[in-house]
Design a protein around this ligand. Structure first.
Ligand SMILES: [Fe+2]
Length: 330
């Protein structure tokens, strides 16, 4: 099963580790967990008990879980955790009255499994239908409940990895696109471009894409190849829609022509690339990375507005700000 691939991958990466980080967003009010939860001991690699098993999750506890930075299980409880994930997914599939926070968490989790596969095997042809399914799941969730965007954005603001970054940029682009009343068909293409925008990173040395800290000039030159690599992969996958292809290739172009790979400027940067560009920077600023703390979403957007006028299309930064304030588009 797909989720097992992801969990197995987690183990192989961290074989020596006794505790495994979990997707805490899947835990909801009323759940009774069959495994203990642990949290980080501040300024240490040690973990301490956060919640013992068999407790029914209250609203107070759910809020505490949401506020915790990371939660873990013991490696010996992995099977129980896997069963919990399966049950969560099944309960969402079978229950139309499920809370939007749970639904958002499950959809986000499923997307992360697909994106993991995508990065493992970027040129597999089934990536296109799988990506479209992820995007359509997000679109139908966003349209079905006005609180969905908020729930998805809450999940998106945590850890930063290339894979979760791709999902976050997809979530933000779709949220912004639906806020700006783009047609559903256009949203589908925009979401696909956003989900695949960094796929070219799969061809860049992992030591560079996973580096904790700033890249050297030489490393950055290699990293700068990823939009054209992504474009080539999309072509190989049979994607013909020019808006998607340009969205992937040009998401690091800047309005003043100082971006890469083609150094194009202004309106030559197409709509999808400009939206993805804004969401990309927003996610980089507002998620936590090992070498820096996250900015709050308001602070991130205002920093973009104050310092990136020459780079980003401010129409979309302003729309993002209005969306955060729950106002109508200008
Ligand atoms: Fe990128």
């Amino acid at each position: 099963m797909r989720k097992e691939i992801r969990i197995n991958r987690l183990i192989s990466v961290k074989e020596h580790v006794e505790h495994l980080q979990i997707e805490k967003w899947l835990i909801d009010v009323g759940d009774i967990l069959e495994f203990d939860l642990f949290e980080d001991v501040p300024y240490s690699t040690k973990k301490e008990l956060f919640l013992s098993k068999k407790h029914s999750i209250s609203l107070v506890m759910k809020n505490k879980i949401d506020r915790a930075e990371r939660l873990y299980i013991q490696r010996s409880d992995l099977m129980l955790y896997e069963r919990f994930i399966s049950d969560s997914i099944r309960s969402v599939a079978n229950n139309t009255h499920i809370s939007i926070t749970k639904k958002a968490a499950v959809i986000y989790h499923e997307a992360s499994v697909v994106v993991d596969e995508l990065f493992d095997n970027p040129e597999a042809l089934e990536n296109v239908p799988k990506s479209k399914k992820v995007v359509n799941n997000f679109i139908s969730t966003i349209f079905s409940d006005s609180r969905a965007i908020e729930s998805l954005m809450k999940i998106a603001s945590y850890d930063y990895y290339t894979q979760t970054h791709s999902i976050n940029v997809c979530v933000y682009s779709l949220s912004l696109g639906s806020f700006l009343k783009l047609e559903e068909k256009v949203l589908e293409e925009l979401g696909t471009a956003a989900l695949l925008h960094d796929l070219g990173k799969s061809l860049v040395d992992h030591a560079i894409t996973n580096k904790n800290g700033r890249l050297t000039t030489a490393e950055f030159e290699l990293m700068k190849l990823h939009p054209s690599y992504g474009y080539e992969i999309a072509l190989k996958l049979g994607i013909e829609d020019k808006r998607i292809l340009d969205g992937i290739r040009h998401h690091h172009e800047k309005l003043d022509g100082s971006g890469y790979p083609d150094g194009i400027r202004g309106k030559k940067i197409t709509l999808f690339a400009r939206i993805i560009g804004v969401c990309d920077v927003f996610d980089a600023l507002s998620t936590k990375r090992s070498y820096k703390d996250r900015l709050g979403s308001c602070a991130a957007l205002h920093l973009m507005k104050d310092t990136m006028q020459q780079h980003l299309d401010m129409t979309f930064v302003d729309a993002f700000i209005r969306m955060q304030q729950h106002k109508e588009p200008a």
